[in-house]
Structure formats: structure tokens, C-alpha cells
Design a protein around this ligand. Sequence first.
Ligand code: SAH
Ligand code: SF4
Ligand code: F3S
Length: 444
Amino acid sequence: MPTTFYIKTYGCQMNERDSEALACLLEMHGYVETHEESTADVLIFNTCSVRDQAERKVIGKVGIMKKLKRERPALVIGVIGCMAQRLGEELLKELPHLDFVAGTDQLQNIPAILDECIAKKTRKCAIEMGPGVFRELDGHRPGRLIAEVSVMRGCDQFCTYCVVPYCRGREKSRPISAIVDEVKMLADTGTKEILLLGQNITAYGVSEARAQGIYTPEFSAFADLLEALQEVDGIERIRFTSPHVRFMNARFVEAVASLPKVCKSFHVPVQSGSDRILKLMHRNYTAAEYLDRISAIKAKVPQATFSTDIIVGFCSETQEEFEMTHQVMREVGYDMAYIFRYSQREGTMASKTLPDDIPEEVKHERNQILLAELNSHVAAANAALVGATMPVLVEGPSARGPKRWYGRTDTNKMLLFDHTEDIHIGDIRNFTITRATENALYGK
Ligand code: SAH
Ligand code: SF4
Ligand code: F3S
């Protein structure tokens, strides 16, 4: 009987992508994936450290697995990803039924770690970071209409609130040729849309260019990458996340505006609308600079839509400063936003130098105000689309029944429609919008 594994993923799209690449790697080593958590021989938790709540969820979940381990002592349980990197041995101490911990730069070693845990019944902690080389892990589940592609790892930005630079290490970019090869392979197996991933994706290639002494403010290897991917036959749509304002120069704006396959919806995290808070966060831009970059895109692409990440209740944020964030939201008119309450993270610069002094109720209240702003804007923006016609990439049956299918517009809005025989998964078809809610568009 082959050894089966089950991977449970927490956190961001990078983790989703890492889990997919790991699953392919384990299958190459003879392990077989199962979707049955309760019967798997190997349970792997790919974890996130970004907020305290994310970590507590994992500790709770892995804690419950103690019972399973007691019933089946041969079961192997591992924690990988950002929490593994951040906590290492501490996790093995806290969770005695845990067999291994493997950090974010250890993906390619997990088959060997597993073999060892199974054969020798030893416990293992592997959290060394690589010597700056991006190890290729390009396995994909075949036949995905929309595929994620990691173009870089790590983050050098060190925003004062954020654990990611500690969990993912320094920025490392893959060569354009390796990414193009991966995307061609995806196109050959039916992929139509790619989502490029990097924590600070507009800094793609920057650390390498700096090392070679060729970095200038006009530099954008990310624009070069988009241009190369535009040429891959079979790929119809290119999305990416997340850009950082600091590297969104004219070359970048020109590329995203002019390349037809680049979707005209952009996720541009703002975090705060107050310059004092942005400075405390070490974001390296002012609210005016942020809005200037948004305007530069809007000037070239009037139909562009935007989404963002916001933190409310960061250390010492006053009501007026919070209002400035609210004002930026009104000015940009986001179609989507992830709004977070500040969560102090051990080891970050903010945790060492700035007190977490905004009461939970105030954070909660600020969060609710921005959510209401977002919902009312989205409802109005969607309603204004009724009567318009737009291309949609057809993804298949929705959760609302086999006849009700869905797809996404270029601007990343979900569109629901009644399926007819002549519409197939992967088609890009024009739909006229007949009705809209804040969650979805309906069309025919
Ligand atoms: N690299 C991306 C985002 C990575 S983390 C970027 O810089 O835009 C995703 C989001 O989580 C961040 O944009 C931020 O809004 C939020 N976040 C990160 N650390 C946080 C913390 N300590 N408390 C609350 N939210 C946080
Ligand atoms: Fe975290 Fe800032 Fe890097 Fe984003 S850019 S991952 S928020 S340190
Ligand atoms: Fe979380 Fe790590 Fe992503 S901390 S947000 S899983 S990079």
C-alpha cells in the first residue's frame, strides 16, 4: 500500500502555491495524495504567521491531532511554512506529537525528511535558509485553467509590523527564462490565466540588479517579465500580486497599461492613508505618492479597478489618521479590500519600539467603518455595470447548482450565468450584465 499524505494550507497564495508544488514533489517520490484528513498516513500543515490569530488556529488544529496520533502511532505529522520557520524547535517542544518541522526554504528536502521520519521514527527540525539561490519547484497539478506561479521569494522591505521578512528570508528572483518555461508548460496543459506571486513583486529582480550594480530608478525587470509572458501562446490573462508603490515606476505603469494580456485590475496595498503612520510602518511612500501611482494607471487605463490591504489600529493611530485612510478609500474607490486589525508580532521592529496601544474595540470599530465604506462602494460600482458587455473567462459550475455557471471578468469580478450547451470551461465569452449585487454580477 502506498503511503498517503494530506496537506492543509493556511495563509496566503504563496503557501497555496508551495503546497501544490510540494504535493507534486511528494507524488514524484511515490507518496499518494488523499483528501481524507482522518485516514492519511502523513499530515502536513502549511502555516502562516502573519497575525496572532493565524498562528493560534494552527496550534489548535495540530493540538487536536494528538488523539489521532494516539490511535495510530505510525501517523506522521509535520508543520511547514512560515510558523515552522519562525518557531522551529519551539514547536516540537510545545507539540510532543509533532514529528517534523520544516522551514520555508526546505520544501525540496521534505521527501527526504519524511523518509527519515518514517524509517527511523526520529523527530526532525529543518529550518536553515538557502544561500540565496531560488530552488526550482515547478510542479503543477495538471489541467488547471488558472495557475499560480511564484516568481520570487522573500521580502526585503521590513515593514515594521510584518513577520514575512523573518519567515521567508531575503528577496530572491527566478530568472525570466525559468518562469517563461514554467508558463509554457502550463499553457500546454490547458492553463489560460496565470497569477504571478511575490510578496513585493515589483521588486522582482531588484536585489540581483543591485548586486550587479545595474539598478536605477527606471529599472523594472518585472516589466521585462510581463513582456516575455505576453508572448506565451495559449495564455490569455496575466495577473500578479502584490506590487509595492516604491517600485511602481513609469516603466511598470507603461507595461501594465499597454500589454493586452495583463488584466486591468490591480491589487495595490496601501496599509494607511496617514503619512505619519506610513512612516512608522516603514512603507517608503506617502499617501500622495500612493495616489499619484493610482492616478498614473487610471490615466492610461480608465477602466482599471483596484483592490488593497489596510491595517487599522496600528500603534498610536489617531482618529484623524484613521480618517485619512478612510479618505484614501473614498478617493480610489476600491473594488475589494482586505482590512486587518493590527496584530503585534514578536520579533518585528514595531513590537520592539512601538506600543500596541489602540484598544481592541477601537480597532474593531475602525474595521467596521471601512468595511461599510467598501461594501457601499462595491454595490454602487457593480450596479453601474448593468447593461455593459464584458469578456469573461468561463470557469465552470458554481456552488449554486449545475446549471448556474460562473466566470470572472478581466477586472476580477465573479459573473454568474445560466449554462447553455455551447459554453465550455476555458471559453472567453462576452456577457451582458443584467443584474448586480455587491458580491457578484449576473449576465447572459
Ligand atoms: N507583501 C504584501 C502583503 C503581505 S501580508 C504587501 O506588502 O503588500 C498581507 C497583509 O497582511 C499586509 O498587506 C498587511 O495589510 C497585513 N499584515 C501584515 N502584518 C500584519 C500585522 N502584524 N497585523 C495586521 N495585519 C498585518
Ligand atoms: Fe510584509 Fe511589507 Fe514585505 Fe509586504 S512588503 S511582506 S507587508 S514586509
Ligand atoms: Fe502568512 Fe507566510 Fe503568507 S506569514 S501571509 S503564509 S508569507
